[in-house]
Design a protein around this ligand. Structure first.
Ligand code: G
Ligand code: G
Ligand code: MN
Ligand code: NA
Length: 259
């Protein structure tokens, strides 16, 4: 596969870049932070999304150095935003982790080093792990996440509701945020929303809050969705209704518009 062999060189050549999508408070619409989403500016194929190369990077092991680069870049960016927004409060940064990064022994020490080098407090960082990566996770797999959580790093369960995780299992995971999968948001398309979808989201939010977990919703595309999810008690939201993923200065402008 051509893309697979080009991947390691792409990292050396600086062909990867990050777009940031804001996360907003559903209550007042102010910017809470951003999710880092990696892209590859391929010299022949143009911009490639993560779905095109993350699976290849996972297969070849390049995901470890690539993931470390993303973390370093995103944490540095979060620190730069914080310096420019001292008045508007801390800017938080969400970074996706692959299952392969969870089993890599350097995860905790790399993360600690990156935060220290940038001068960012651990509680400004949120690591997103998919529900499926943690299904049936044993203690060895959870140990590094638990260490990070003890330091103050938030762990979010990404794409929540698409896997088969036992809800009781949530108590065992060092997770502080549920990111409700986009499919639930789609159920809020019409107003009023489908009553069954409403009941399901209501149940998830109530369970999450009773376990002290915050709820983020993904894929919000309309004001009606935002409003219904706010009434259901969801805490933060992300989606095209607020902003598409974009360059770091775009987030700076959005945050300034709040202030
Ligand atoms: O960028 P886009 O909106 O197309 O994201 C598609 C998927 O790629 C998302 O599920 C997201 O979690 C994943 N993704 C984006 N950036 C990264 C990254 O830096 N590391 C990993 N492991 N996944 C990422
Ligand atoms: O980590 P995760 O797989 O959730 O990554 C988010 C993905 O969702 C990215 O591919 C991002 O571009 C995409 N996305 C973000 N906001 C929206 C939205 O409002 N609608 C849709 N359809 N996709 C979105
Ligand atoms: Mn994500
Ligand atoms: Na997601």
């Amino acid at each position: 596969h051509g893309l697979t062999t080009a991947l390691p060189m792409a990292l050396d050549r600086g062909e990867f870049f990050i777009e940031y999508q804001p996360l907003v408070h559903l209550g007042d619409g102010t910017v809470h932070g951003a999710e880092a989403l990696v892209r590859w500016l391929h010299p022949q194929h143009g911009v490639l999304g993560p779905d095109r190369f993350i699976p290849l990077a996972e297969h070849t092991g390049l995901i470890v150095p690539l993931g470390r680069w993303v973390l370093e870049e995103a944490v540095g960016q979060a620190r730069a935003w914080q310096e420019r927004h001292a008045r508007t409060g801390p800017m938080r940064i969400n970074v996706n982790l692959s299952p392969c990064q969870l089993t890599h022994p350097g995860l905790v020490s790399d993360t600690v080093d990156i935060l220290e080098d940038a001068g960012l407090e651990p509680d400004a960082l949120c690591l997103e792990v998919t529900e499926s990566a943690l299904i049936g996770a044993d203690d060895d797999l959870l140990k590094p996440l638990r260490r990070l959580a003890e330091m103050g790093v938030d762990i979010a369960l990404d794409d929540f509701g698409t896997g088969y995780s036992n809800l009781a299992n949530l108590r065992r995971l060092p997770v502080s945020i549920l990111k409700l999968d986009r499919s639930f948001t789609q159920g809020m398309q019409q107003y009023p929303a489908d009553p069954v979808d409403l009941k399901i989201v209501e149940g998830i939010v109530s369970l999450a809050h009773s376990l002290d977990l915050a709820v983020t919703v993904e894929g919000v595309e309309t004001g009606a969705q935002a409003e219904q999810l706010r009434i259901l008690g969801c805490d933060t939201a992300q989606g095209w209704y607020y902003a598409r993923p974009g360059p770091p200065d775009r987030l700076h402008e959005l945050a300034l518009a709040d202030a």
